[in-house]
Design a protein around this ligand. Structure first.
Ligand SMILES: Nc1ncnc2c1ncn2[C@@H]1O[C@H](COP(=O)(O)OP(=O)(O)OP(=O)(O)O)[C@@H](O)[C@H]1O
Length: 269
């Protein structure tokens, strides 16, 4: 579905931000891209969306190079979900979702009945039909994020690219977004998301890529890739990965730690 090979990019000559990024995403995959601040995650997403031209490398969706696609073809291949906190629309939720249909206009001035049908279906799929008349600017962070996901769905692309979809959301809305992402992957969409929450990889993702110094240093199943050693190295901070027993099942979880002196008073026994 999505093939990325040896992608290199620099904003300034002589300082590469992406130093040869490669990974693949199949239909139904949810890949979580983890890495410290400033490591190049957003730059990679922007290269994939065609906002930046890589110095080198291949980015293909279903075997077609995105560098050779028109904007309309790109919009039909990949949909982007930005962080809701960066967005301000003077529109209702329904109108914001309708913006996802722009690439389907086919030269017509007005949206077709089919466009409106897709908008309604996209909102129904995410169970946000009740928000249709609400003004985007007046909605909560979680509601806005769901509207932006619905807007991307209305684009009818098979690859969703999401920049920190759970940033600034409370637990309820984080889980709502992660559930929606899993639901979409089961319908065959491929999802690439960035996150600063490694726990979300265990909760929702089929794959994790660890990005450091402009490279993907590890990529694979969350259980194989996310460990005490790998996260401690990735964030240059002690992180403990352990199992939590919920009673019904066990799940891995990640705990960032203060240095051992700070914790010495907390040790029991
Ligand atoms: N427009 C730009 N011009 C020059 N350098 C840039 C530009 N945008 C980003 N950078 C630099 O590129 C590097 C990667 O930035 P990027 O935003 O991709 O990181 P990130 O991993 O998404 O970070 P964060 O987790 O903080 O969002 C950083 O050193 C940043 O300062």
């Amino acid at each position: 579905m999505l093939h990325v090979e040896d992608v290199r990019f620099s904003y300034k000559k002589g300082r590469e931000v992406l130093k040869g990024i490669s990974f693949d995403l199949d239909a139904g995959d949810i890949l979580c891209l983890l890495g410290s601040n400033g490591t190049g995650k957003t730059t990679l997403l922007r290269c994939m969306l065609g906002f930046h031209q890589p110095n080198n490398g291949v980015i293909e969706v279903n075997g077609n190079s995105i560098q050779k696609m028109s904007n309309k073809e790109k919009a039909h291949s990949m949909a982007y979900v930005p962080q809701s906190s960066n967005m301000a629309f003077p529109y209702t939720a329904e109108e914001a979702v309708l913006m996802g249909r722009v690439s389907h206009l086919n030269g017509a001035a007005a949206h077709s009945q089919q466009d409106w049908r897709v908008v309604r279906e996209s909102m129904e799929r995410l169970q946000i039909s009740h928000l249709e008349g609400r003004r985007f600017e007046e909605m909560s962070g979680g509601e806005k994020q769901m509207v932006l996901v619905a807007r991307a769905l209305a684009q009818e692309a098979k690859v969703l690219i999401m920049d920190e979809p759970t940033a600034n959301l409370d637990y309820h809305n984080q889980i709502k977004i992660l559930s929606a992402i899993r639901h979409l992957s089961r319908q065959g969409l491929s999802i690439l998301m960035t996150s600063h929450y490694p726990d979300h990889a265990f909760l929702a993702c089929t794959k994790v890529a660890l990005m450091k110094g402009g490279h993907i240093v590890s990529c694979g199943a969350p259980d194989d890739v996310v460990s005490t050693e790998s996260l401690t190295d990735l964030y240059d901070t002690p992180v403990h990965v352990t199992y939590a027993d919920t009673g019904a099942f066990k799940i891995k979880t990640c705990i960032p730690l203060l240095d051992s002196e700070e914790h010495s008073g907390d040790i029991e026994g």
